[in-house]
Design a protein around this ligand. Structure first.
Ligand code: SF4
Length: 442
């Protein structure tokens, strides 16, 4: 990720005129990943033609990249693709240039773009709007300031909270919301598709202090911990202490402690200023970063049988480094309690796990994974347990990376092709939705 100086942002904010704005801290799952490209692809992105202009900020991932890119390039011959945010912005502008109003233009985008998109944007007249794809894969909520004079959209409720805003509602799948002086004007443009909110948000991605409807993410994670105890009684009987991989393992650790009575030792301390997400790093960067990021208090675990709470295992190498570290510090046994079920397939909707080859769970059972990473056991929470803890129904969640059932048609097609190729020994080296031969898929 490019580093941005906070002080420079503050100064820049102070210079900004106007009464409306959009910003973004997304890590992109499309486009190039070198620093220059990431800076170029920084959101909000803009598009303009004739007297129309748009700026948007976007979370998610476009799956039918080729189709949309082709259409955009035909209309804008000088278009250069940095990442899929550019595609969404230009596609919306194309529809507006046809003379459609915002609702019709957004509706066409919802119908024609395959993927996940939660979008907040501003028109040339300074009108603020937001919309979500027909499955509502990524979160997006709306709120207002205490005095009712300012309105805001955010991926998570936490950013409303910390800015003193009151959350009003989570956008429905296929919903467009426009803002006027009187408040929010809500329009459900598409119905009928099943809701498919990303279940990984609950285990890993969302902040614990964000909430969905009436449930905080931390409460759900605590329940994940309790589930893991109920699902693994024999392991629990054989354990002396609990240790969490901070921070997404902390709330489940409390749940494990409550349900089992085993002491949760705060034996893993996170470095306050090392904030890189280890699973996004290159292999060679991972071990030194984890060593710097997480320090283990050896006296707390030396000679003990330890339950370690972790949010997920993606490639496995991050977890392996942690297990090795625990062994070095004298842990007698290491049992992993993993809140997100085994990840067996890639994500096409905005989480950076793009190929079967990079997923340890696509090739190995939990027993095999235990051996590879050096743990005595790897216990994944069941999908049923996860679903129940969220308070949502199974058919309201996307669980594609754990089940292979994708909520959008092109993603399913791509996953099936990739899986077949993978079983025949071929390994994708990049993101399939950006690979040339995927044009055939679309
Ligand atoms: S595939 Fe997995 S990570 Fe991606 S949106 Fe679905 S549940 Fe979330």
């Amino acid at each position: 990720m490019p580093k941005i100086r906070t002080s420079a942002i503050q100064q820049w904010f102070g210079r900004l005129p106007g009464h409306v704005g959009v910003g973004n801290v997304r890590y992109t799952t499309s486009g190039k990943t070198d620093e220059k490209s990431l800076i170029k692809g920084t959101q909000p992105v803009t598009a303009s033609k004739d007297d129309l202009k748009l700026a948007i900020s976007y979370n998610g991932n476009v799956v039918n990249t080729f189709k949309i890119k082709k259409e955009v390039t035909e209309k804008f011959p000088d278009f250069t693709y940095e990442c899929d945010s550019d595609l969404i912005c230009h596609k919306l502008l194309i529809e507006l240039l046809k003379g459609k109003d915002l609702s019709s233009a957004v509706k066409t985008c919802m119908v024609e773009i395959d993927g996940a998109f939660s979008v907040a944007g501003v028109t040339q007249d300074g009108d603020l709007f937001a919309f979500k794809d027909a499955h509502g894969i990524r979160p997006l909520c709306a709120g207002h300031s205490e005095n009712g004079s300012t309105f805001a959209f955010s991926s998570e409720t936490v950013s409303l909270d910390i800015n003193g805003f009151i959350r009003d509602f989570e956008l429905e799948p296929g919903e467009l919301v426009q803002v006027s002086r009187d408040g929010f004007e809500r329009q459900r443009l598409l119905r009928g598709e099943r809701k498919a909110l990303c279940s990984f948000e609950f285990a890993y991605f969302a902040r614990p202090d964000s909430h969905f409807d009436d449930k905080y993410v931390y409460e759900i994670r605590e329940e994940f911990g309790r589930n893991l105890v109920r699902e693994n009684p024999d392991i629990v009987k054989d354990a002396d202490v609990i240790l969490s991989v901070p921070e997404t393992g902390d709330d489940p650790a409390l749940g494990v402690h409550e349900e089992s009575g085993i002491r949760w030792e705060r034996a893993s301390r996170r470095h306050r200023y090392v904030t890189e997400r280890a699973f996004l790093l290159l292999n060679k960067e991972r071990q030194p970063t984890i060593d710097k990021k997480i320090n283990i208090l050896a006296p707390k675990i030396n000679g003990k049988r330890v339950i370690v709470t972790e949010d997920s295992i993606v490639r496995g190498d991050t977890t392996k480094v942690i297990v090795e570290k625990l062994r070095r510090m004298g842990a007698k046994k290491v049992y992993l309690f993993v809140t997100f079920p085994r990840i067996v397939g890639p994500c096409f909707y905005g989480i950076d796990m793009a190929t079967y080859g990079q997923l340890i769970g696509s090739r190995h059972s939990s027993e095999e994974i235990g051996k590879i990473i050096g743990a005595d056991a790897v216990c994944y929470q069941s999908l049923e347990g996860l679903v129940k803890a969220t308070g949502l129904r199974r058919d309201e969640l996307c669980t594609a990376c754990t089940t292979g059932e994708y909520p959008t048609p092109l993603a399913q097609k791509m996953a099936d092709i990739m899986k077949k190729r993978f079983s025949e020994g071929f390994e994708e080296t990049g993101r399939i939705y950006e690979a040339d031969d995927m044009m055939k898929c679309e």
